[in-house]
Design a binder for this molecule. Structure first.
Ligand code: ATP
Ligand code: MG
Length: 436
């Protein structure tokens, strides 16, 4: 009989990453810090679907944006032909959910979520097709106080992660004003770019009349001089918009947080107004924006809801962890407290019961498992115990078990002696195995 060819191994989709140990420990470390931060600022967790109607993003993010024009994973539901999209960001889905469930009925809400988002971009370091975001939204809050609070919240997170603002990250701030102010600026912007028509690339030419503000967000180096020279939106702001910006600035100044006003900062979605901000780093090449956000007072109405002021930010977890790594912040590795050595199959059940009791008491125990060729020698089991990083080996030898005991051998402290303890009293000594 002819031999079957070996099936080819499959690979992950380009730009979509597996996150395996030990890298996953860094993710867990980060996620625990984020959860704690959210709780301390009174943000509650929400989770919305990864797949949404395509129209949500077209209406929410804006038709003439990089995301909607070229980065969305959109498809038709094979069952019913519905037009669907893998979410490229989280805000539009959260706003949809709030409107759909009338979730702000009882008053404003601070919410956050964490999860995968999808954009069809050219994969490179810090830029992927599936990546993960922390997303934070304060809904039905109009004042500049909440804008400032959200920016300070980012700073608190940097500090807890071991990042230093000024050295590793810096804050850029701008105001996009209100629609009427943007309309006046828009006319000036079109006039400016019409004069520099030969400097415009294809995207910019196409967007000149539909969405000229987008041109300011271009990453094309050859366009930077004409972008630099363009009229600044900040010069078109009225008293109320300036007062809002100044109130945010006053809090940042009082909190000793340095920032730069960047009049070119427009963000990649059309929904923003008033405050916009980005946290940028020089340590990740051209993928320098780690976190961005701002106010989006018009989005609820645009998505069919009641007028509702709101402000939020999104952070790319991959980029942030790359930065943490680049700066050399050590991440705690998670290791078990103990590793159970099972010298023979006869000891298996007793060892298993003892491990259960220890785990119920809060101790992390990895029990040696039989391989295809049995339990393996004591030597090979000790090798595994050592590699696991456990501080103790628990030896379930026949003599010890006959006495109702187990031997505890310290693996990381050569001066500490081995001792025997009663299995029936596991609840008493379990705590001795954990780091105080
Ligand atoms: P960029 O200008 O680098 O394309 P962006 O302005 O498109 O970023 P946002 O839409 O504001 O990014 O998303 C928030 C955060 O998500 C970014 O600050 C960044 O950290 C992260 N991010 C955006 N696109 C990607 C991607 N393709 N891969 C990994 N992280 C990303
Ligand atoms: Mg982008």
């Amino acid at each position: 009989m002819a031999e079957q060819p070996k099936p080819a191994a499959l690979r992950a989709v380009k730009g979509m990453n597996d996150i395996l140990a030990p890298e996953s420990a860094r993710w867990e470390w980060f996620e625990a810090k984020v959860r704690s931060l959210m709780a301390r600022y009174g943000y509650v967790n929400v989770r919305t679907p990864i797949v949404e109607p395509t129209a949500l993003f077209v209406r929410g993010i804006g038709e003439v944006t990089d995301i909607v024009e070229k980065e969305m994973y959109s498809f038709e539901d094979a069952m019913n032909g519905d037009k669907l999209t893998l979410r490229p960001e989280a805000t539009a889905g959260i706003v949809r959910a709030m409107v759909e469930h009338n979730a702000l009925y009882n008053g404003p809400l601070r919410v956050w979520t964490m999860g995968a988002v999808f954009r069809h971009e050219r994969p490179q370091k810090g830029r992927y097709r599936q990546f993960h975001q922390i997303d934070v939204e304060a809904l039905s809050f109009a004042g500049p106080d909440v804008d400032a609070e959200q920016i300070l919240m980012c700073r608190a997170l940097w500090r807890e992660l071991g990042l230093v603002e000024g050295r590793d990250l810096r804050l850029e701030l701008n105001s996009l004003g209100q629609p009427a102010e943007r309309a006046a600026h828009r006319a000036a912007l079109i006039a400016h770019f019409e004069q520099h028509a030969d400097a415009l690339d294809e995207d910019a030419r196409r967007r000149l009349l539909s969405n000229p503000l987008r041109i300011l967000d271009s990453k094309n180096p050859s366009m930077q001089p004409s972008i630099e020279a363009a009229p600044k939106l900040i010069d078109f702001l009225g008293a109320a918009s300036l007062a809002h910006l100044n109130a945010v600035r006053a809090v940042l100044d009082a909190a000793g947080l340095a920032y730069r006003i960047n009049p070119r900062l427009v963000r990649g979605m059309d929904y923003y107004n008033l405050t916009v901000f980005e946290w940028v780093t020089d340590k990740l090449g051209s993928q320098g924006t780690v976190c961005g956000g701002g106010r989006y007072d018009g989005l609820f109405e645009q998505l069919g809801g009641k007028p509702t002021p709101a402000v939020g930010w999104g952070m790319g977890i991959e980029r942030l962890l790359l930065l943490v790594e680049a700066v050399g912040v050590p991440t705690p590795v998670s290791t078990p407290d103990a590793y159970a050595i099972v010298p023979s199959a006869d000891a298996m059940a007793a060892a298993m019961i003892a491990c259960e009791a220890l785990r119920a008491a809060g101790t992390a125990v990895v029990m040696h498992a039989a391989g295809a060729d049995g339990w393996g020698s004591m030597k090979s089991q000790f090798k595994r115990a050592d590699a696991s990083g456990a501080r103790y080996a628990l030896i379930f030898g026949a003599d010890e078990l006959a006495r109702g005991e187990v031997a505890i051998k310290p693996l990381r402290d050569a001066t500490a002696a081995q001792r025997c303890v009663a299995l029936a009293e596991a609840a008493h000594w379990a705590a001795d195995l954990r780091i105080a």
